[in-house]
Design a binder for this molecule. Sequence first.
Ligand SMILES: C[S@@+](CC[C@H](N)C(=O)[O-])C[C@H]1O[C@@H](n2cnc3c(N)ncnc32)[C@H](O)[C@@H]1O
Length: 193
Amino acid sequence: MNFYETFWNHKYISGETGWDIGYVSTPLKEYIDQLSDKSLKILIPGGGNSYEAEYLFNNGFENVFVIDISTIPLKNLSERVPFFPEKNLIHSDFFELDDSFDLIFEQTFFCALDPGFRKHYVSKMHQLLKPKGKLAGLLFNIPLNNDKPPFGGNKEEYISLFEENFKIEKMETAYNSISQREGNELFFKLSKK
Ligand SMILES: C[S@@+](CC[C@H](N)C(=O)[O-])C[C@H]1O[C@@H](n2cnc3c(N)ncnc32)[C@H](O)[C@@H]1O
């Protein structure tokens, strides 16, 4: 077990899971609700308890994958959604995943990574997406911590990070955030260049 797996396992075991809202977030729910192609191959990296995966699966999306470095939330998801395919619950480091997807969702995974990994995050996302694939979700638009997750950032920084590899279709303050995150997060949609 490496440092990161131990770190995140500890968070789940000790219940220090302030990021976990307990339900599918409204911005992602509304984004999912307007998707018509249920055959899309979707990845939720650092998905944690992944209420988004549960929502997708319960709404007919069967090609949904969750990857997490900790087995604890993957087991929780499996217990909540017993018919969720086991093979789609990947216990691994995101940076070691070798596959390809139409759509990848971001929610509090980017902010969980040390900022030193941000360029690697961008290139890995680019690698994991099929041609014309999309990365969509939420990024905090506030400073947050310097020494431990969650790490923050801002729109300008994110644009300069992503623009070489992705077309930025949208990156705006979310209008439909959950109340605790209102005004503090950007909804973004990027397509692979
Ligand atoms: C802040 S939590 C967010 C969980 C979930 N996205 C949510 O919104 O509830 C970060 C998650 O990323 C996972 N994680 C951290 N580093 C990872 C990595 N390198 N590969 C895969 N998962 C990772 C952690 O185990 C944790 O479940």
